[in-house]
Design a protein around this ligand. Structure first.
Ligand SMILES: [Ca+2]
Length: 494
């Protein structure tokens, strides 16, 4: 071999070596996102009713978070996940996007005389000037794919392919439409679905197809399942299985809804099929998986008349208080598991985290540059995820959720977590419509049963000040007293 050929071979080996190293350092990313799955809605987190062997399997090979937070509702949580920024405070997006949402939200000057407060309106879409995690990953050379529930604005200009995704499928709103079973009347790209197909199964199959598209570029997949949001529908055989299980339980058991059991198991089967496909294709070690939910479980009866267990609460978040749409732990604490073999150690962590942290942390893991000139509220916790640092990446966590009461247990509230303590501000709920504060020590009162605000006035004041400073820094819209309020009038029914 001539010297020139030797030099060429050495150069090739070096190049190939670097490429292999790069490939190993830039994993594929799969965000497996579930809708309305509460913190206790899996055997992984302690449910005795639901069966989630595949989430157990994921957690046994990864890191399980016990203090991961979302917003209490779908749209704001998804905005936090995708932008790494506070949706409720910075984007004025604090409700699920509906026809009543506004393009340019304000706080109305006055409201119905029955209402004590004027509540801020909520935005109708993810603002166009926000940069998404998909924008960043696409710019860094990833193939980016979206499947499932979007719920961040209606109309072509707000769809995933306008927000950094190369491909999109389904792009649903609050749920899959009138049915989880084909034909689907409101979902994109699924016109070929055979009658009776369950949308969860289809999204799973379409995700696995993306694994087959082997290319030089790694993939970034955001699979946002419709399960386990309403309408409550699941394959009959699975519903029957959970009817038998429920029949064995006392009538007051918190978790006993057969359709919910079947919907959760369907979702878990999807996860299992995806994990199997990654194993079979030799991709498991090169794929970083984040599993999470967008808000707490629905703890009221949500079935339709005549449906199985129509009068039974959909789930229970106990020992957490409340559920979906509430600022209490049952509404905002969610399951979250991260797996990347040989990088993220196996175990569980109490570190405080939020869906907002996923963007900067994944960007760090995958060497993806963060957007310039955009302040992220999420923190980069990669050193914590990988066990390189034991101290938490965040000790403070804020949420802003200024809405009138519309669903069970919901009130307009904001809160700050500082270490184990949680200070809640209930807007206009005090004497003469002043703000009321509640203080909880979650280290020994996870159910928020004992308000310690009077016992710890200094801490209450200090954390209230932190909340004020944060709200002012974000430009959040704040509720104010309704000048038209007539207390003598009966309050709105809801
Ligand atoms: Ca949701």
């Amino acid at each position: 071999m001539t010297r020139r050929r030797i030099r060429l071979c050495v150069a090739l080996v070096v190049l190939l070596g670097i490429r292999t190293a790069c490939a190993a350092e830039r994993p594929n990313v799969l965000i497996f996102f579930v809708d309305d799955m509460g913190w206790m809605d899996s055997s992984t987190y302690g449910s005795q009713f639901y069966e989630t062997p595949n989430l157990n399997r994921l957690a046994e090979g990864g890191l399980k978070f016990t203090q991961a937070y979302a917003m209490p509702l779908c749209s704001p949580s998804r905005a936090c996940l995708l932008t790494g920024r506070h949706a409720g405070a910075r984007m004025q997006l604090h409700k699920a996007i509906t026809g009543g949402s506004q393009a340019n939200p304000i706080v109305p000057e006055s409201a119905n005389p029955r209402e004590a407060m004027c509540w801020p309106e909520s935005r109708s879409h993810l603002p166009r000037d926000e940069v998404t995690i998909a924008d960043s990953f696409k710019a860094a050379g990833y193939r980016t794919h979206f499947l499932g529930k979007w719920h961040l604005g209606n109309g072509p200009k707000f769809e995933p392919i306008q927000r950094g995704f190369d491909t999109q499928l389904a792009v649903g709103g609050a749920g899959p439409g009138p049915s989880y079973f084909a034909p689907y009347s409101r979902l994109q790209g699924l016109g070929d679905a055979p009658k009776g197909e369950y949308i969860c199964d289809r999204l799973t199959a379409e995700t696995i197809k993306l694994f087959d598209q082997r290319s030089e570029e790694p993939f970034f997949i955001y699979l946002a399942h419709f399960n386990v949001h309403s309408p409550y529908q699941a394959p009959k055989s699975l519903v029957a299985k959970y009817q038998r299980k429920a029949a064995e339980l006392p009538a007051n058991a918190g978790q006993r809804h057969p359709i919910m059991g079947a919907m959760i198991e369907s979702m878990d089967r999807s996860l299992g099929q995806i994990l199997d496909a990654l194993d079979e294709q030799g991709l498991a070690k090169d794929t970083l998986i984040v599993f999470a939910s967008d808000n707490g479980g629905v703890h009221w009866a949500g079935g339709k008349p005549g449906q199985v267990a129509a009068d039974v609460p959909i789930t229970s978040n106990s020992p957490l208080r409340g559920g979906k749409a509430a600022h209490t732990e049952g509404g905002v604490r969610v399951p979250m598991v991260v797996r990347w073999p040989d990088h993220v150690p196996v175990g569980s962590t109490k570190h405080l985290t939020h869906l907002m942290d996923i963007y900067p942390t994944l960007a760090s893991a995958c060497q993806v540059p963060l957007p310039k000139g955009k302040l992220l509220d999420g923190v980069n916790a990669w050193k914590q995820w990988t066990g390189q640092e034991a101290t938490p990446a965040r000790t403070l966590l804020f949420e802003h959720f200024p809405r009138r009461k519309t669903l069970v247990d919901t009130v307009g509230a904001s809160f700050v977590r500082k270490g184990d303590w949680k200070l809640v501000r209930l807007w206009g709920a005090g004497k003469d419509r002043t703000n009321r504060h509640e203080l909880y020590d979650l280290s020994n009162d996870i159910g928020e049963t004992r308000n310690r605000a009077e016992e710890h006035p200094d801490m209450t004041q200090e954390m209230s000040l932190l909340l004020d400073q944060w709200l002012a820094s974000t430009g959040a819209l704040l509720p104010r007293k309704n000048p038209a309020f007539e207390p003598a009038r009966p309050k709105a029914a809801k």
